[in-house]
Design a protein around this ligand. Sequence first.
Ligand SMILES: Nc1ncnc2c1ncn2[C@@H]1O[C@H](COP(=O)(O)OP(=O)(O)OP(=O)(O)O)[C@@H](O)[C@H]1O
Ligand SMILES: [Mg+2]
Length: 269
Amino acid sequence: MTGRPAVTPLSADTGTGPAARATVVRVENVSKTFGAGAGAVHALREIGLDIGEKEFVAVLGPSGCGKSTLLRMMAGLEQPTTGRVTCWDDDPRELAARHALGVAFQDPTLLPWASLRANVEFVYKVCGQRTDRDRVTEVLEMVGLAELAHLRPHQASGGMRQRTSLARALVMRPRLLLLDEPFGALDAVTRHRLNDELEAVWSRTHVTSVLVTHSAEEAVRLADRVLVMSDRPSMIVQELAVPLERPRPPASDPVMRELIQHCLGALHV
Ligand SMILES: Nc1ncnc2c1ncn2[C@@H]1O[C@H](COP(=O)(O)OP(=O)(O)OP(=O)(O)O)[C@@H](O)[C@H]1O
Ligand SMILES: [Mg+2]
C-alpha cells in the first residue's frame, strides 16, 4: 500500500467507482416523507447514487436515518415521495417479479416447522419453480450450513438462522443482493465469522450487493465503497472507496484502521 493514499476520494479513479462499471441501481434525487402535517417524518432528502455492476456498496448511518427505507426502495417494497429508483433502468418491482433480487433482513422470518434446508427449498415454491436440490446443497455449503441443515429454526443458533437467511437470498442466483443489517443481532465473534464468510461468498459470486449496517468495521471489511448517511432528513455526507484487496486485513491493520476511523468521523459530524 505504500505510496497510495488509504482514504481515496471517490472522484479518484480507483476502478471501483460506479464510473468504471455499468449501472445496476440508480437512485435519482429521492426524498421520502412518512405521514403529513405536524407528524410528518422526513426520512430521506434528495438522495442520489449509482451502484455499479459487481460492486459491493455499504450504507452506514445512525439509527432511524432511513437506511432500511432506502434499501426497501431498491427492493421495490417502498416508493419514493419524490425522485426515482431504478434497477437496470427498470422499476425494482419488475426485478423482484423475475426473482432476480436476493434480500436478507436483520430478523429472518423462517418457517418454524421446517428444517433449515426446507426453509431454503421453500424459495422455489414461492417462485413457482421446481426445487433444484443440488443448488440448495451448494448454497448451504457456501454459507457453512451443510452439516446442520436438518435442524429446525428453534434448534439453531442466531448465526445459523442468519446463514439460512443468506442461503435463501442467494439460492436463486440473484443479480442484486440487498442485505439489511443481516448480522446486527449477533454476538461479536459470530458476526466476525459471518463477515468472513460473506466476504468469501462475494469473492466467489461477485453479485452486485448493497449492505446496510451500523458497523463501520463491517462496512470497510466487506464493501468496495462506503456511503455514510447523516441524521434525518438524511443525506449522503461521505463516500469512501476501499482500495484493499480481498480478503481484507484485520481491523488492527493501519490502513483498515484509518478507513474505519474516517467512516466513524463522518458518522459523528
Ligand atoms: N412505514 C412507515 N411509516 C411511518 N414512518 C416510517 C415508516 N417506515 C419508516 N419510518 C420512519 O422513517 C425513519 C427512517 O426509518 P428506517 O427504518 O429507514 O431507518 P433506519 O436507518 O433503517 O434505522 P435503524 O438503523 O434503526 O434500522 C424513522 O424515523 C422511521 O420511524
Ligand atoms: Mg433499519
